[in-house]
Ligand binder design. Structure first.
Ligand code: WQD
Length: 344
């Protein structure tokens, strides 16, 4: 049976994608260092799919460990590479942690795949942050890739370049890079969701944790931007919709439908929502009011970023289906579950 290696498969987007892969009868191996997740996620996947996934705890920054992984699983046909740190703010504070963690594993995995000397399908977890601070939204895939606004975004730009150059110099690799906008939400079964380790950097988990009482208040990073309500605008895409796009992209490669050996697709809703609109959505869906204060702008933030998703709709046959409100409610239900909150 051909296997799909899912690096970072115990993480937020990775675990939701593993659920969709198992439900589509693919054989999966998860490789994860659990730096931003826990073994509990594997139980959640089993509750949903009835299958406990094959799991390898591994530090992909260790070249020998990566070789051992491929020596153990000799029938890997495809790789979905999620494993990466992904917090824009943190990457500004600690760039070397991001360059090492987000790039060396990619190189080691590609070196192993090259030594296999057989066709390999590769899905890369990329990001809208590769576009840098574009003035134009909705953003299309052929938008100019400006210098990234953060080291995190730069690691995704460099990752795409590494893949493009590898595709150019070899014929073993077929790649689709999926440029996510802002993933949010949780699985409707409430068995898996986002599990940020430590203080969350991202807006939605910070909102749900504040509502759960883990923080005194939310800080809105700046309300003096040139947007209708002064706060930054993003494209908040539901994690389950995002996961389904990975299965469609994988099928495109496995069925040999890709026109080039390197393709890129934006994954978003095509709609922009401001920070304040996300807060209002939470308050509506939770029937709670959220305390927040306005602080200074956060370095590395772009003003507006939301997707033009027509390419994924036309070619992958994929469109996001879940509203912001529904994703926010699922995120809140998940937060209440993991904090054992019953009365809110
Ligand atoms: C969103 C907005 C903040 C926290 C994310 C991922 C990154 C990539 C792109 C996939 C910004 C504001 C946040 C808070 C706030 N996705 N904010 N108070 O920076 O767009 O990046 O999407 O690859 O991996 O990190 O997301 O949720 O951090 O911020 O005001 O406590 O919310 O300033 O305007 P970002 P985010």
């Amino acid at each position: 049976m051909k296997r799909i290696l899912v690096t970072g498969g115990a993480g937020f987007i990775g675990s939701h994608t593993v659920v969709e892969l198992l439900n589509s009868n693919y054989e999966v191996v998860i490789a994860d260092d659990l730096s931003n997740s826990s073994m509990e996620v594997l139980n959640g996947i089993e509750h949903i799919t009835g299958q406990y996934p094959i799991f390898e705890k591994i530090d992909l920054k260790c070249k020998n460990s990566v070789s051992e992984l491929f020596n153990k699983y000799t029938n890997i046909e495809s790789v979905i590479h999620f494993a990466a740190h992904k917090a824009v703010g943190e990457s500004v504070q600690n760039p070397l942690k991001y360059y090492e963690n987000n790039l060396s594993p990619l190189v080691y995995i590609l070196q192993e795949l090259h030594s296999l000397q057989r066709p390999i399908h590769f899905i890369f977890s990329s990001s809208c942050t590769v576009y840098g601070d574009t003035s134009i939204s909705p953003i299309t895939e052929d938008a100019e890739v400006k210098s990234a606004a953060s080291p995190y975004g730069n690691t995704k730009q460099i990752g795409e370049e590494i893949l493009k150059d590898t595709c150019k110099s070899n014929n073993f690799l077929n790649v689709i890079s999926l440029r996510y906008f802002n993933p949010i939400g949780a699985h409707p079964s409430n068995n898996i969701g986002e599990l940020p380790q430590g203080k969350p950097q991202n807006l939605v988990p910070f909102i749900t944790q504040t509502a759960a009482g883990l923080h005194n208040s939310l800080t809105v990073h700046g309300d003096d931007y040139p947007t209708p309500d002064g706060t930054c605008i993003r494209d908040y895409i539901d994690v389950v919709d995002l996961a389904k796009a990975h299965v469609l992209a994988l099928k495109r490669l496995i069925n040999g439908e890709n026109k080039e050996n390197y393709e890129v697709f934006n994954l978003g809703t095509g709609k922009g929502s401001s920070v304040k609109e996300v807060i209002q959505s939470f308050e509506k869906m939770s029937a709670m009011s959220l305390t927040y204060k306005v602080g200074p702008r956060r370095y590395g933030d772009v003003v507006t970023a939301f997707a033009n998703t027509s390419k994924a709709e036309k070619i992958l046959g994929w469109k996001s289906k879940t509203s912001l409100d529904k994703s926010i409610l699922k995120a809140w239900n998940w937060e209440k579950k993991i904090r054992n909150i019953k009365n809110k």
